[in-house]
Design a protein around this ligand. Structure first.
Ligand code: ZN
Length: 707
């Protein structure tokens, strides 16, 4: 057999390069190579050997570390210019250090024309070699691609971490596709590597490459410190390998990356375990910040959230409306074809009594599958899901049809100052929103299965009143028939006898209907047809005698504070009682007051409102978001009933509904009744499973409503 002359082979290869570039199929070959200034394991300087290794692998882009220019130890060579000539590639050089009369740094070789290049120096944590990063832009298939290389501190963990933070900050606004190749001087268990993984995929792992990817030292590789990272958006790793060679003290790592894929495929390729690990870690960090209110000190949570948003390049702003009290807003921009959705959480928590807890309330200790901490359920747990959703949408999500707004507010637990301040001063940032999701959902986990998912679409409104009766004072030994106390008691007695009218709101009717299948007969049929059933006096009596149902059907009154004389033998000239009235959505306080006055039937009794009344309101369930929540929840939890749950308590949804926003209390956090006791109580906790699964369930809903 006749051998093909070598020259012909070369010609064919050259033609192949000119006629059909290697990247025509959108698959790029990328290499990272610490060349040890061209000095091999035999201690000899030989750039040709390095070039041979590169030429053999035919990469399109190469990140090189430890490159000299004009340095005495390497005979004053301009190493990158020589390598570029030997490999027929373009180059960029980043001199990080002056050394022996020349420069020393990192470099890039590119088969594509280099459109632009940027060299950035890193700040140092302490006295150490200066490091930096080199970033170039090339065009692949009419799409811009950013390629970066760096070489981190070889001595100190915290130095590498500090450099990585700077790298991520510089790259925060770079749009994918983005590839970063590096000698991190850090193995996968190290903190710098871990931080890189919060933003990037690792080609070695993602392509399920054979072997351990060990790249140093070259003669007996024992460490994986040379890495190829990429933005998972628009890039997929096909394969990766290490190249055996003694031309340097490292061996190169090579990967084939497919660039420019259709974005819609990405959602299915999210590396969930990685995000879920991250969610648990961030949950713990968040719970360790003490924002007990009073005094609140929410500026600390705002800074914590800002750090994370900055790291991912998510636009955000803190509003410190008074010292230590701060709100934070972050935004992912959509194309504006739909109105925004707000993810609202309060960042303060109620106070905790450490002595009554099994663990320190701000330790975020994990025990038996639960993360303990004040705020775990109310509501840093939900806030965390909101945060993870922002990160996921930024990194993995499809293009958005609407803005997704993260809003973290101060002081919900005491005076709503945070939200009131935002609405009064910064409403322009969010008031055109269509939807808002926040706390208030009420879900039931029973025997390990999700049974009820209650979406809060309405809350009752507190309307607190003080009744004051006045009358003739005197000595207790000579009774006064219509004394202040006697009048008050007669009035209270009439109030107790008063059955406030039953009013069946559509959301409540739906609730009874939805939970009917969970009941036994005859309750099942009665709930299914609640409007009709309530006409039966016996049924009405039995239903309203149950606390969990009564408040859903009417305005309620609880007598709470009482006062009269301070002495047993003194008839007071005034007696008072406070009543906690809760009005149904849509009720008018004036009309209630009128009805109450008639019931009391004593014009001498004065009635005063003693709280700031906030008109009760509700949101329709006839929305795309409600259907989506219902549909998704049923898919994830086939036994769950999805329903509307009106809260007896109050949430900030009430404030935002006044702006015309559809506000729901909902989160995929499923609790057992004993978990709920921790809310405003002791040993508040959220299960690790909930954080992990919730991250995914919440993201998927927000993603789908924002398509
Ligand atoms: Zn709350």
């Amino acid at each position: 057999m006749k051998r093909i002359p070598e020259r012909t082979g070369l010609l064919v290869l050259l033609l192949a390069i000119f006629v059909a570039p290697a990247f025509a199929n959108k698959t790029l070959r990328v290499m990272t190579y610490n060349i040890h200034v061209g000095v091999g394991m035999d201690k000899k300087l030989d750039l040709q050997r390095i070039a041979d290794v590169i030429n053999r692998e035919r990469p399109d882009l190469v990140g090189l570390q430890e490159v000299d220019r004009g340095v005495r130890r390497t005979e004053g060579k301009d190493e990158i210019a020589e390598l570029a000539a030997l490999t027929h590639m373009e180059y960029a050089f980043a001199p990080n250090l002056d050394f022996q009369g020349g420069k020393y740094g990192v470099a890039i070789l590119s088969r594509f024309p280099i459109k632009s290049s940027v060299h950035r120096m890193f700040e140092n944590k302490r006295e150490a070699e200066r490091r930096g990063m080199l970033q170039i832009e090339v065009e692949v298939e009419r799409q811009r691609l950013t390629f970066v290389t760096t070489h981190l501190d070889y001595q100190f963990d915290d130095g590498r971490l500090f450099e990585t933070e700077q790298l991520l900050k510089h790259l925060a606004d770079v749009k994918p596709p983005l590839i970063v190749v590096a000698d991190l001087n850090d193995v996968p268990s190290g903190s710098a590597y871990q931080l890189m993984r919060t933003r990037f995929d690792d080609a070695w792992l993602a392509s399920k490459a054979k072997g351990d990817g060990l790249s140093y030292p070259a003669d007996k590789p024992g460490k994986r410190i040379d890495h190829i990272f990429y933005s998972s958006k628009a890039i997929r790793a096909k394969k990766a390998w290490v190249v055996e060679s003694l031309a340097s003290d490292h061996v190169p790592v090579v990967a084939e990356l497919e660039v420019g894929r259709n974005q819609s495929q990405h959602a299915e390729q999210i590396d969930w375990p990685r995000y879920q690990d991250m969610a648990v870690d961030l949950m713990q960090q968040y719970l360790r910040i003490d924002t007990s209110n009073p005094p609140g000190n929410e500026i600390e949570t705002a800074k914590f959230l800002k750090r994370i948003f900055d790291q991912y390049g998510i636009e955000n702003e803190i509003f410190e409306y008074k010292p230590g009290r701060a709100n934070i807003i972050a935004r992912l921009k959509g194309n504006g074809s739909k109105r925004p959705i707000i993810l609202l959480s309060h960042t303060d928590v109620v106070t905790a009594e450490p002595a009554a807890w099994e663990v320190e309330p701000f330790s975020a200790a994990i025990r038996n599958g639960y993360i303990y901490g004040r705020g775990a359920l109310d509501m840093k747990g939900e806030g965390l899901l909101h945060l993870m959703t922002m990160i996921l949408l930024k990194r993995e999500g499809p293009p958005l049809s609407r803005d997704v707004i993260f809003l973290g507010t101060a002081d919900e637990e005491v005076n709503d100052e945070g939200s009131l301040w935002m609405i009064a001063n910064k409403a322009d940032l969010f008031k055109n929103a269509e939807y808002l999701l926040t706390e208030g959902g009420d879900n039931l986990l029973q025997d390990g299965a999700v049974k009820i998912v209650g979406v809060d679409v309405a809350e009752k409104a507190p309307f607190w009143l003080r009744l004051t009766a006045t009358g003739l004072p005197g000595h207790g030994s000579r009774p006064v028939a219509d004394s202040a106390a006697n009048r008050l008691i007669r009035a209270m007695s009439r109030i107790l006898e008063w059955e406030t009218p039953i009013k069946l709101l559509p959301a409540v009717e739906k609730y009874f209907k939805d939970i009917a299948p969970l009941q036994r007969e005859p309750l099942r049929s009665q709930f299914a047809n609640i409007g009709q059933s309530l006409k039966d006096p016996d049924f009405r009596k039995s239903l309203t005698s149950q606390r969990e149902y009564n408040f859903l059907l009417r305005n309620t009154i609880s007598i709470t504070m009482l006062s009269g004389s301070k002495q047993t033998n003194v008839i007071p000239n005034a007696a008072t009682c406070n009543i906690d009235v809760r009005l149904l959505p849509g009720e008018s306080p004036e009309e209630f007051l009128k009805a109450l006055t008639e019931v009391i039937a004593d014009p001498t009794i004065k009635i005063d409102n003693v709280n700031r009344f906030k008109p009760p309101n509700s949101s329709s369930v006839e929305t795309e978001l409600f259907s989506l929540i219902a549909q998704r929840t049923k898919a994830n939890h086939p036994n769950a009933v999805v329903t509307t749950k009106m809260l007896s308590g109050y949430t900030e949804s009430q404030l935002y509904r006044q702006l015309g926003i559809i506000a729901y209390g909902w989160a995929p956090i499923y609790t057992m009744p004993e978990d709920d006791e921790g809310v405003h109580g002791n040993n508040e906790r959220i299960s690790v499973q909930n954080v992990r699964q919730g991250t995914r369930e919440f993201y998927e809903i927000v993603r789908d409503i924002s398509r």
